[in-house]
Design a binder for this molecule. Structure first.
Ligand SMILES: Cc1cc2nc3c(=O)[nH]c(=O)nc-3n(C[C@H](O)[C@H](O)[C@H](O)COP(=O)(O)OP(=O)(O)OC[C@H]3O[C@@H](n4cnc5c(N)ncnc54)[C@H](O)[C@@H]3O)c2cc1C
Length: 454
């Protein structure tokens, strides 16, 4: 059963009963398990006694998407295709781009169901599809525990302000949808559009002319996401509160890229973790729900979420006040990208990012703070950090990435004691890393991770 507050009509058009099939335009929830949009589309198809077709439109133009992102995504889509086939549902992959691909199908679609995303481009695609479609277009929000617009109707100031609102709603919205089967198979449907083959992911990637980045350490797909969740629960959850911030010996889930591509449902993770009787559970759920959904709130309600101007007024003011402070170290974008700084800890973090596609969360904070300290201006620093983050993190281009980079510049934080360059924005230094953990062990860990890859 889908909570009705997850469902939104995107236009006022009718169901076109004479048309051939129900379409699920999959975009943000790239999974078969625990996917409310897929569940809703199957329900619609069964009620209308029609087959269901699932379409995914790949575009090489997605802002800042690179080869490593698409490799991970296509690995997941191949698994989806095979799983849907077993359930009698035809999966169509197009490389015309999502809106162009969906438009080519519209003449056959009785009802169009889609999932929900928050970034500017993803919202624009949905708006365009809803305007173009002669049939009813319905969005089902499945990548958060509490629907973002239900949790709050405005941009929240901090985790504390959102937490008060969201916590009482978590168990109500934390209900899983489960699975239903399609009554009518869509195997034999001819869509008439040009389809891309997933037989060779490498060949498809070559044809997409993407910005080249080395492949990441993690592989994409629902099965691998579930294995990672099992491993986290068995081996690391019991140390999460104590060790999740320790980059030398991390007790983390590494689910962020799977969550970013919608390859695993946060509701499913919540239901696996919440019943476990460990003091680490609320600490983990704070990250998975409060922090993650605070980032979605930021992206949905702040029109400048990806710009320096999106920072809070106090942070902009204090950074401007320190614009002319002397910088002891100044690095160019290329110095930073190639990890050529004087700081071995920062360089290790950057090497982890470029070499593996994942940087430990605590190092992400240090990494962003140092980019602010070593750049000619705070605006250049913001743009550098966001671009490196979005290009190289496998989980980049996500609300968490926009909010995470903005946090390094004061977003969702409070003013701290005044100091050079940072003004009242929170400062971090290498001594803090040395005091808190065996940071040299982190540097060694990164070296061996990168060696294991080659
Ligand atoms: C500068 C900077 C950049 C960041 N860029 C990204 C990004 O591009 N994509 C991304 O998903 N996260 C980003 N984060 C947030 C966070 O660091 C990562 O989500 C986390 O490290 C991913 O590792 P994990 O899955 O093992 O997390 P776990 O510790 O296992 O946490 C579980 C889940 O909770 C969520 N979560 C954890 N920490 C945060 C947080 N601080 N804010 C919001 N959600 C959180 C994530 O979805 C994560 O997968 C960034 C943080 C900073 C400071």
């Amino acid at each position: 059963m889908i909570n009705p507050q997850r469902i939104q009509l995107l236009n006022n058009n009718p169901v076109l009963g004479e048309h051939q099939f129900v379409l699920y335009w999959m975009q943000a929830s790239q999974r078969v398990t625990e996917n409310p949009a897929l569940y809703f589309a199957i329900e619609q198809a069964n009620q209308l006694k029609k087959p269901l077709v699932v379409f995914f439109g790949v575009t090489a133009d997605f802002p800042e998407a690179t080869r490593r992102h698409y490799q991970f995504m296509l690995e997941g889509l191949l698994e989806i295709k095979n799983q849907l086939k077993q359930r009698g549902i035809r999966f169509v992959l197009g490389t015309q781009g999502p809106v162009a691909g969906v438009s080519q199908l519209l003449g056959q679609v009785a009802v169009l169901v889609t999932d929900c995303a928050y970034s500017r481009v993803e919202r624009l695609w949905r708006k365009q599809v809803a305007q173009l479609a002669p049939c009813s277009v319905i969005q089902v929000e499945g990548n958060v525990v509490v629907p973002v617009g239900v949790a709050s109707q405005k941009e929240e100031y901090s985790a504390a302000t959102l937490r008060r609102k969201i916590e009482p709603m978590i168990s109500y919205f934390g209900q899983e949808v489960g699975e239903i089967d399609c009554v009518i198979s869509s195997h034999d449907i001819e869509t008439g559009i040009e389809e891309a083959s997933l037989d060779s992911i490498e060949r498809l990637l070559d044809n997409l002319s993407l910005v080249q980045t080395p492949s990441a350490l993690l592989k994409g797909g629902e099965h691998i996401a579930h294995d990672a969740l099992d491993r986290f629960i068995d081996q690391h959850l019991c140390n999460y509160a104590k060790e999740h911030n320790n980059p030398a010996n991390p007790a983390i889930s590494q689910l962020s890229a799977y969550l970013h591509f919608g390859q695993i449902s946060p509701v499913e993770i919540y239901n696996r973790i919440a019943p476990i009787n460990l003091p680490d559970v609320p600490v983990y759920l704070e990250q998975l729900i409060v922090r993650r959904e605070l980032a979605c709130n930021y992206v949905l309600f702040n029109p400048n979420y990806d710009k320096y101007e999106g920072l809070p007024a106090w942070a902009l003011k204090t950074l401007t006040g320190h614009a002319f402070d002397e910088r002891e170290y100044l690095y160019s974008y290329t110095d930073l990208e190639t990890a050529q700084t004087h700081d071995p800890y920062w360089n290790a973090a950057q090497q982890e990012l470029v070499g593996t596609g994942f940087m430990h969360g605590y190092m992400r904070m240090y990494w962003g703070k140092k980019i602010l300290e070593w750049s000619p201006s705070s605006k250049i620093a913001f743009e550098t950090a966001l671009h490196l983050n979005n290009t190289y993190q496998l989980d980049g281009r996500d609300p968490n990435g926009f909010a995470g980079v903005a946090w390094c510049f004061g977003k969702h934080d409070r003013p701290w004691a005044n100091r050079a360059i940072f003004g009242n924005v929170r400062y971090m230094n290498a001594k803090g890393l040395e005091r808190k953990f065996d940071i040299k062990e982190y540097v060694k860990r990164v070296e061996s991770l990168i060696k294991s890859k080659s």
